[in-house]
Design a protein. Structure first.
Length: 301
């Protein structure tokens, strides 16, 4: 009996440019955490974060390749195009962060005191971590929406920016909990409320897009997203003014880093990180608002 459902295996999942990029991601990711686990070593929160990134990205990449090669993704009740595009962007951000953190904290030129073999393993792991980032960035480049192309929302510039905005917000939250003294003034508490609100709504937008449930809503989802993005720009503008004033003005904070402030445990450092990434996210929301005028949502791809 001949099958009328087409081939059981999708060879394009591993032979297309995107498929090859994913195979390289799987190879580089496995090589990286294997080198670290075997001899390179890791420790503290920074090393644990790097190992989590490499193993998490490896596991999801294997899952994606398996689903596309066997057509199992058609059985999942999610928007597969939105899911893969969102993960590729997230993995790119996470892998580049790990590729910077690991060599910064664990690689040294000399052999003392860790030994030359451990040093070589750490250098090799850092090289493959950089290659892993390139592989994920290549997938984002290959799958991004082209002008005039009908594609998944998360593959558009606006959709990819949503992932970056959420990632930057996570960096801000990390600095906030690192003794940033945000509870000192009501104004800085307002800033934290803005960070939290925008992060939650951005995650909700991504979740609805990935699950493909936008068409089931009783209101125009795409218009609400544009309105939210405009509101986020206004909110971040207020934060971009308030946070520096209440942290670096001499009346409320310190214009310069206190000389007696311990490295790694200085509230001023955390406040500076928050200020920098506040402006980064403000710029991302402005660009997002500009691009959101030129796209249409496709929830079922």
């Amino acid at each position: 009996m001949e099958s009328t459902g087409g081939p059981y295996l999708n060879t394009a999942a591993v032979t297309s440019p995107v498929g090859i990029a994913r195979l390289l991601q799987m190879t580089f990711g496995c090589t990286t955490f294997s080198l670290v686990a075997h001899q390179g070593g890791f420790g503290a929160a920074y090393g644990t974060f790097c190992m989590f990134v490499w193993t998490f990205c490896f596991a999801i990449t294997v899952f994606i390749i398996t689903c596309e090669f066997t057509h199992l993704h058609s059985c999942l009740s999610i928007s597969w195009g939105n899911f893969t595009a969102a993960f590729a962007m997230l993995a790119t951000l996470m892998s580049v962060t790990a590729a910077v953190i690991y060599p910064l904290y664990f690689v040294q030129l000399g052999c003392y005191p860790i030994g030359c073999e451990v040093r070589d393993f750490r250098i090799a792991a850092s090289v493959f971590a950089g290659l892993l980032f390139v592989a994920y960035a290549t997938e984002v480049f290959l799958t991004r929406a082209k002008p005039g192309q009908v594609t998944s929302y998360m593959a558009t510039v606006s959709g990819l920016l949503k992932i970056v905005q959420a990632f930057v917000a996570c960096i801000i939250f990390g600095a906030l909990v690192n003794d940033s003294q945000y509870s000192k003034y009501v104004a800085t508490q307002w800033c934290v409320a803005v960070y939290s609100f925008c992060f939650v709504v951005t995650v909700v937008v991504v979740a609805f897009s990935v699950t493909g449930k936008t068409a089931l809503l009783q209101f125009p989802f795409e218009r609400c997203v544009v309105v939210y993005t405009f509101a986020a720009v206004l909110l971040y503008v207020s934060v971009a003014v308030i946070w520096p004033v209440f942290c670096f003005d001499s009346k409320y904070g310190s214009p310069q880093r206190p000389s007696l402030c311990a490295k790694g445990k200085c509230p001023w450092d955390s406040q500076l990180v928050i200020a920098i990434f506040t402006y980064v996210n403000l710029l991302l929301y402005v660009v997002d608002l500009a691009y959101s005028q030129r796209i249409r949502f496709v929830s079922h791809l």
